[in-house]
Write a protein that binds this ligand. Structure first.
Ligand SMILES: Nc1ncnc2c1ncn2[C@@H]1O[C@H](COP(=O)(O)OP(=O)(O)O)[C@@H](O)[C@H]1O
Ligand SMILES: C=C(OP(=O)(O)O)C(=O)O
Ligand SMILES: [Mn+2]
Length: 534
């Protein structure tokens, strides 16, 4: 085992280090009877431990900061009045203060240190050291990141260090120019992240994703907020972009296919590879029959978050009293059909944009032209669903560039450029799939969406008869095997098609307005014609 010296990080007086604990140790630590409050885990009927993550049950993008320094100044895509995003600049002083706070919080106590990788490709992976004081946080990162072998652990040299001081608070945040007592801060130069006053595990997971989104595209590698799977021969790879709640995890977990990963991937000359070693699935209203693979992954070693259990550990998946963003993290090998031993597969042939349209305008599937592909990727239209971000309590329409704006550290056009480059090389086709609402006022069923995905993946969609949808000029199939034909043209789902038209005009105008920010250069301007015409 690597010798861990935390004093070099300014953490002193450590009484004990629990290093890369086994599941047995994690289980014992997170269920110790003397634990209190949000540190205490409860064993559920399925064998997985459930924890409560405290006040924060989703990410807190308003508290995300990056230190502005010589390295980051001209590379990071900073928030601006013209184009607001979540990359808020922090001063070096604010960083020093918040890091001191974390060091103090983490000193003089027992700690958990987890060394793990982010990125399945050995050439470009990051070696990350997580320093945390809460046992279940160590469990979370153990589930979500790639576990080093014993040999890799011998010589583990971190490229990046994460300090999780979730019990501390930034009391003087105003003085430091910060937003609240909570801080999720990155230093690209020293390669560190500090987390203060939020216990939500997603900050560590999506934090490292944000860093991959910074480093990889600068090396000419696509870095993508998508799930990925491939056929049983590991040949026909598909990627599924989408904002939280649009179906990346649900739809990529498919018993007919091998899972590569459920949320974060890179695409380089060798193909598509996972950044993670685990999955993070939503469990609100989880149904054993419609999502058996996810249900069966909830067992010993999986970690439930914010789920309601009774005193006996019986689970109520329907309960949203804590949050709608109830979750389970599990190592990817809890899913039977996965690519082994390394989560990677050849270049993608199908690129699917998942959009949960709360307006009920978008067709359940549209076949995109190359220009539409770029336009809709940059637009990233979808609805934010309740729970994953603080303050979002109902489906809220949004344009989230590249279907993951909250995690982009460079300008969106950089991600579009890398994606297009890879797609052209592999001859991939793109589809826009609405997993949200239509004229019935209900969400499109998972069964119909799965039928659509099957038709994309087996190529039958390209043989189907099609028609064009006005305003958007989308080509849509009029029939697909296993899909209710009455939903394929969204106008048919309205009692009066004029109602669709009114909404469609409104949505088209929103697209036009949103896209104005890309029209500053010739490449952006050239894409306007591919967008909706209001
Ligand atoms: N048509 C649909 N397609 C995909 N998911 C759907 C659909 N209708 C409802 N859902 C629900 O939406 C949620 C999708 O969440 P998830 O797959 O975790 O999204 P992501 O991984 O993109 O955050 C799940 O709770 C799923 O049951
Ligand atoms: C964990 C998250 O991802 P997703 O909902 O996309 O699975 C998140 O956005 O915090
Ligand atoms: Mn997911």
């Amino acid at each position: 085992m690597a010798k861990i010296d935390l004093t070099k990080y300014g953490i002193t007086g450590t009484t004990e280090i629990v290093y890369n604990p086994s599941y047995e140790t994690l289980f014992e630590e997170e269920t110790k009877p003397e634990l209190e409050g949000f540190e205490k885990g409860q064993v559920s009927e399925l064998g997985a431990v459930n924890v409560m993550t405290g006040i924060y049950t989703g990410r807190s993008p308003k508290d995300k900061y990056i230190v502005m320094d010589e390295n980051s100044k001209d590379t990071v895509w900073w928030t601006s009045d013209e184009y607001k995003n979540d990359n808020h600049p922090a001063t070096q002083e604010a960083w020093n203060a918040v890091k001191d706070l974390a060091k103090k919080e983490l000193s003089n106590k027992k700690l958990f240190v987890v060394d793990a990788f982010c990125g399945a490709n050995k050439d470009t992976r990051m070696a990350i050291r997580f320093i945390v004081e809460v046992a279940w946080q160590a469990h979370f990162v153990t589930n979500m990141f790639i576990q080093p072998t014993a040999e890799e652990l011998e010589n583990f040299e971190p490229d990046f260090v994460v300090y999780n001081a979730s019990k501390a608070k930034v009391e003087n945040y105003k003085e430091l120019g910060l937003n609240s007592e909570t801080a999720v801060m990155f230093n690209i130069t020293s390669r560190e992240q500090v987390i203060v006053n939020t216990w939500y595990g997603g900050e560590m997971k999506k934090g490292m994703f944000s860093m991959m989104n910074y480093y990889l595209p600068l090396k000419g590698i696509a870095s993508m907020h998508c799930s990925a799977n491939t056929d049983l021969n590991g040949e026909n790879t598909a990627i599924f972009f989408g904002l939280s709640g649009t179906g990346k995890t649900t739809l990529s977990t498919d018993p007919k296919r091998l899972l590569i990963g459920d949320d974060e991937h890179g695409w380089d000359d060798n193909g598509v590879f996972n950044f993670e070693g685990g999955c993070y699935a939503k469990v609100i209203n989880l149904d054993k029959e419609s999502e058996p693979d996810i249900y069966n992954a909830i067992k010993r070693n999986a970690l439930l978050e914010n789920v309601t259990l009774d005193a006996e550990g019986k689970i109520d998946f329907a309960d949203k009293s804590v949050t709608e963003n109830t979750r389970v993290s599990y190592p990817i090998n809890h899913i039977e059909n996965i690519v082994r031993p390394v989560s990677s597969a050849p270049a993608a042939k199908e690129v699917i944009f998942l959009s949960a349209d709360a307006f009920g305008v978008l067709p359940p599937v549209s076949i995109l032209t190359p220009e539409q592909t770029q336009y809709y990727f940059l637009s990233g239209f979808t609805a934010k669903l309740a729970g994953t971000e603080r303050g979002i309590t109902e489906p809220t329409p949004t344009f989230s560039a590249c279907f993951g704006q909250a995690f982009l550290e460079l300008h969106p056009t950089k991600y579009a450029e890398e994606l297009v480059k890879r797609m052209e090389k592999s001859g991939a086709k793109a589809y826009l799939v609405n997993t949200g609402w239509n004229g019935t006022g209900k969400r499109i069923s998972i069964k119909d969406t799965r039928g659509i995905i099957d038709a994309i993946l087996d190529g039958s969609i390209l043989k189907a008869p099609t028609k064009k949808i006005p305003f958007f000029n989308f080509e849509v199939p009029t029939e697909l095997p296993g899909v209710d034909p009455a939903i394929l043209d969204p106008r048919d789902t309205y009692a009066d098609a004029a109602e669709w038209e009114t909404k469609a005009k409104d949505l088209a105008a929103r697209f036009v307005k949103n896209f104005a920010k890309y029209e500053g250069n010739a490449a952006g301007k050239a894409l306007v014609a591919a967008g909706p015409q209001a």
